[in-house]
Design a protein around this ligand. Structure first.
Ligand code: FRU
Length: 486
């Protein structure tokens, strides 16, 4: 009897897990929670071969609320295992965004190799910075009994991001004053007592409240040198500043009359990075949604997806520091069957002999100088997502106005992402990751990225090349089906 019950349990478990991650719109190679609401990535930290991904979640439903830190781990940043909720809302105090560090030197006295989470405690009238520690590699946490560790008695003061500053042997926290468009830097020897160092901003994009700062060292391609990069999130997009951090203040070296965006798409926000991994550079993960409609996207029983992890580096282009983002190479292990062709001249429309909504595509082409050219994905039922180069205006456009947007008016109105892109040698390279309801497009080896959500029916899965005026030459098009990680 026991055996039969065990077998039935196993079977029902399997059926359950088979249904999960097979739902309509469910990405197959991006992280999304099995169920319930998710927003910002929190506490990205690497320890003992495990990448920890904590994230803002509502353990009780599929809408924002009861903010807690849920927890997943990965050994390769590709396959994820979900663990129980790590830090819960308690006594009416929500767990807002923050970071986590490994306290290798036991500066805090919480124990050698304690994992310390630094988060914002949120109520309707007050936001403070708090800490919690784990002595079992993030499986269980204890909230510090002398919380908060930083309290300015302000309603908006949030998203602490902490790292170890080797030169001065101390911890640095960057934390946001959202309404002032400022990031304040603090210093501590033991993660408990924090002293203000300096304030950065307002500068750059101040069109929305500043949230989720992250400061890190990033290497300059082709050299042994590094620069400091400061990220902020505002108005449903992200910006970065590049310069120096001297232990006290951050000095921006990029022009201040220009906004440098980490992603030009409609759905990329609150990204933070792993600072201490075996990789040479920080690895960044962003939340692929947009506060203007995040609660209304038509997915169930979960909401929101994380970006593919992106390795960051820097390049100087025309006197400006440009962030380069590349997807980790191990994603190639998920490639299955391929479709390739080369040197194809396209005028008007040209169907591609491939159907799918979970794939990776690499394209190098010479856009016609006379009009708009590119690729349409998720084609069917008079719907499509259009990725194009508008040569007359030297800009790239990701246009989802012809996709299903019936579920939300704001989603329908925020339907294009546009950015200037120069083509030094007349060619454009796209690396496209299409994953059911997520499209990430890396331009010219990661010099720009566009990320967008799209909610297409299963049979809207054709692909077309096009060139509205004149001929465009597609030097190569390589498409791979991608295996599911679930
Ligand atoms: C950013 C944000 C953070 C805040 C969290 C709350 O998306 O608004 O500033 O800590 O989400 O869930």
């Amino acid at each position: 009897m026991k055996k039969i019950i065990f077998f039935l349990l196993l079977l029902s478990n399997q059926i359950y897990s088979q249904e999960l991650y097979k739902e309509k719109y469910r990405p197959q190679f991006h992280f999304s929670p099995a169920k319930n609401w998710m927003n910002d990535p929190n506490g990205l930290v690497y320890f003992n071969g495990e990448y920890h991904l904590f994230y803002q979640s509502n353990p009780f439903g599929n809408q924002w609320g009861h903010m807690s830190w849920s927890h997943s781990i990965s050994k390769d940043l590709l396959h994820w295992q979900q663990l129980p909720v790590a830090l819960k809302e308690e006594n009416g105090i929500m767990m807002f965004s923050g970071s986590a560090v490994m306290d290798e030197k036991n500066t805090s006295g919480f124990g050698k190799n304690a994992m310390v989470a630094i988060y914002t405690g949120h109520t309707d009238t007050l936001q403070t910075q708090n800490i919690a520690y784990s002595n079992d590699a993030g499986r269980t946490f204890t909230k510090f009994n002398n919380n908060p560790v930083l309290n300015l008695r302000q309603k908006d003061f949030r998203d602490p991001n902490v790292f170890w500053y080797e030169k001065n042997n101390d911890w640095i926290m960057c934390v946001s004053h959202p309404n002032e468009h400022q990031i304040e830097f603090y210093q501590s020897k033991e993660l408990k007592d924090w002293k203000s160092l300096s304030v950065f901003g307002p500068v750059g994009d101040t069109s929305g409240v500043w949230e989720c700062p992250d400061l890190m060292q990033v290497s300059i391609e082709g050299t042994k040198e590094k620069k400091w990069v400061l990220f902020t999130s505002q108005n449903s997009t992200m910006q970065y500043f590049v310069g120096e951090f001297d232990g006290t203040r951050f000095i921006n070296e990029n022009p201040t009359n220009k906004i440098f965006k980490q992603d030009y798409g409609t759905d990329y926000y609150a990204a933070v990075a792993y600072h201490n991994t075996p990789y040479k550079n920080p690895i960044s993960i962003g939340w692929l949604n947009n506060w203007n409609y995040a609660n209304d996207i038509p997915t169930t029983p979960w909401k929101s997806v994380m970006s593919l992890p992106r390795e960051l580096s820097l390049k100087k282009i025309n006197g400006e520091w440009i962030l380069i983002q590349t997807v980790l190479q191990n994603i190639k292990t998920l490639r299955s069957s391929a479709k390739s062709f080369s040197n194809k001249i396209v005028s008007k429309q040209s169907p591609v002999n491939f159907k799918g909504n979970v794939f990776e595509a690499e394209i190098l082409f010479q856009p016609s100088a006379k009009g708009e050219s590119g690729i349409k994905l998720a084609v069917g039922n008079n719907h499509y997502l259009k990725i194009s180069y508008d040569a007359l205006n030297q800009r790239m456009i990701v246009d989802r106005s012809q996709t299903n947007s019936s579920f939300n008016k704001t989603f329908a109105s925020i339907n294009k992402a546009i950015s200037k892109i120069q083509l030094p040698d007349g060619k454009l390279k796209w690396h496209i990751y299409f994953d059911k309801s997520i499209v990430e497009i890396f331009v010219n080896d990661g010099e720009a990225v566009f990320t967008t959500q799209v909610f297409a029916e299963e049979n809207e899965n054709s692909v077309q090349l096009f060139s509205t005026k004149g001929k465009s030459k597609f030097e190569y098009v390589n498409i791979w089906n991608i295996k599911s990680i679930w």
